[in-house]
Design a protein around this ligand. Structure first.
Ligand SMILES: O=C(CO)COP(=O)(O)O
Length: 136
């Protein structure tokens, strides 16, 4: 499964804590992240993460391009709901594409944990089926 990890600045510490707590589960998957988030996760864990550009420079759109091609299976995006972001349109576009392609999307720690536990139990395998069918 391909998983994207993204966090706004005031949520970076939380995503690092999440990656550390669920490192053994995440290790089994292909991980992607926006630039700074990916760096912080790799510094704190031994996870390998493919990093895109930083969010404000287009990283959300790069992940969005994978979603549009139906190449991404799960997104954890710890958004900061209290700070205006210069690239708000990119963030909305990412959310919209996830809804278009029915991609599981967590925007806070509570949902992120539910999704990671479902992933561990193999309950998200339907994504692999959908992806293979669409690529056939
Ligand atoms: O801004 C972001 C997502 O919208 C995150 O980007 P960084 O991981 O590069 O900080």
């Amino acid at each position: 499964m391909k998983i994207a990890l993204i966090a706004h600045d005031r949520k970076k510490e939380e995503i690092v804590q999440l990656a550390m707590a669920y490192e053994s589960i995440l290790r089994e998957h292909e991980l992607y992240a926006t630039g700074t988030t990916g760096l912080r996760i790799m510094e704190a864990t031994s996870l390998q993460v493919t990093r895109f550009l930083s969010g404000p420079l287009g990283g959300d759109q790069q992940i969005g391009a994978m979603i549009a091609r139906n190449e991404m299976d799960l997104i954890i995006f710890l958004r900061d709901p209290l700070t205006a972001q210069p690239h708000e349109p990119d963030i909305i576009a990412l959310l919209r594409l996830c809804d278009v392609h029915k991609i599981p999307f967590a925007t806070n720690m509570g949902t992120a944990e539910v999704l990671l536990k479902a992933l561990e139990r193999g309950e998200l395998r339907w994504r692999e089926v959908v992806r293979k069918e669409e690529q056939a």
